[in-house]
Write a protein that binds this ligand. Structure first.
Ligand SMILES: N[C@@H](CCC(=O)N[C@@H](CS)C(=O)NCC(=O)O)C(=O)O
Length: 340
């Protein structure tokens, strides 16, 4: 029996999807880090550490999830939105739990710390970004023409970008943190960084030798500060570099483990540097030329064989005729002999 759900097309953008491949929708790359969204970087880092097969969809920033945000993923024709829900759903579906080895107490610490990072520290950084749109463009070396794929003059694009940021600044106020003075907000940031630095101590990851979800979230947010362009001044970044060297080292550790292709992706701004590439156009042409030459040679060989066959056939026919003539002659001679 065909039900309505069987006949309904899947509610996804990627229709030619491969089974069990996670299609990730996020922002474009930047020359300093793979994503300037901590939530997008969180999902991609987790996908890599969990070892799931995934592909970024180059949607030119056209789509948002049904909840109105990025990131979201599509898997087997189904959309899953929100970084925390994506990680929980995919983890359960593909049996990948980075936190499997944690005790109940460690899980509580992780939960509280992740909440601090995403509901407090992330807003400290967001508040700096929204108040410094020019600083943000420079910090992440953002090329608006490349990001939007619009050839409009840069000042026009920058004007639109700043308008968007005015809207984002309203959200920062609505969150609550935006009502404070910049120096007060910065101090909130110092307090969060101190907590993270103390928790990490001299361990490679927050709970020991293996990365867990807390490491993924901490990395995705700290990387936004640690890896921004050094030419751009941001006092919180300078404070972290000076007072929390273990957090900077931690960022480099996770970067090396999860993103060995970091430099490539930040240079080529390639969303899928982890996937095997189809042969480049030149190589493809060369291969096609070789195939063509091979086919021509085969054709020539066939023709020669045919010519050889034809001449052999002709010779055989001739021989047969000669043989027949000889036989007839012999019969005639025999008949003549008999008549005598
Ligand atoms: N709770 C969400 C937050 C995602 C989020 O805030 N995404 C931002 C970009 S960093 C976004 O899409 N903003 C667009 C908007 O809110 O209109 C998650 O964890 O995925």
């Amino acid at each position: 029996m065909t039900t309505e759900t069987d006949t309904k097309p899947p509610a996804v953008h990627k229709l030619d999807f491969e089974k069990d491949v996670v299609y990730l929708y996020q922002f474009t790359r930047t020359p300093v880090l793979p994503s300037l969204s901590p939530y997008c970087l969180k999902v991609e880092t987790w996908l890599r550490l969990a070892g799931l097969k995934y592909e970024n969809v180059d949607h030119k920033m056209k789509y948002k999830s049904k909840k109105g945000q990025l990131p979201f993923v599509e898997v087997n024709g189904e959309e899953v939105a929100d970084s925390a829900i994506i990680i929980k759903e995919l983890g359960q579906r593909y049996n990948q739990d980075l936190d499997a080895g944690l005790s109940a107490e460690q899980r509580n610490v992780a939960h509280a710390t992740i909440s601090m990072i995403e509901n407090h520290f992330a807003w400290v950084v967001k508040s700096w970004r929204t108040k410094n749109p020019a600083g943000m463009l420079g910090a992440y070396k953002m090329d608006l023409q490349q990001i939007t794929e619009k050839k409009w003059p840069k000042p026009v694009l920058e004007f639109i970008f700043k308008l968007k940021f005015r809207r984002a600044a309203k959200k920062v106020r609505a969150h609550g943190i935006g009502v404070h003075k910049p120096e007060e907000i910065e101090e909130f940031g110092h307090n969060d960084l101190m907590v993270l630095s103390d928790l990490l101590g001299d361990k490679p990851f927050f709970f020991g030798d293996s990365p867990t979800t807390l490491d993924v979230v901490a990395f995705a947010n700290l990387a936004q500060v640690a890896f921004m362009d050094k030419e751009v001044s941001y006092t919180l970044r300078d404070w972290m570099t000076e007072n929390c060297t273990n957090l900077v080292e931690f960022c480099n550790r996770v970067k090396e483990r999860a993103f060995p292709d970091w430099d490539d992706m930040c240079t080529n701004l390639d969303l899928n540097s982890h996937l095997p590439k189809p042969p480049p156009e030149e190589e493809k042409k060369e291969e096609e030329k070789k195939e063509e030459e091979k086919a021509k040679e085969e054709e020539k060989k066939d023709e020669k064989e045919k010519e050889k066959d034809d001449s052999e056939k002709e010779k055989a026919q001739k021989d047969e005729k000669e043989g027949e003539k000889e036989d007839n002659k012999k019969t005639e001679e025999k008949e003549k002999e008999e008549k005598k």
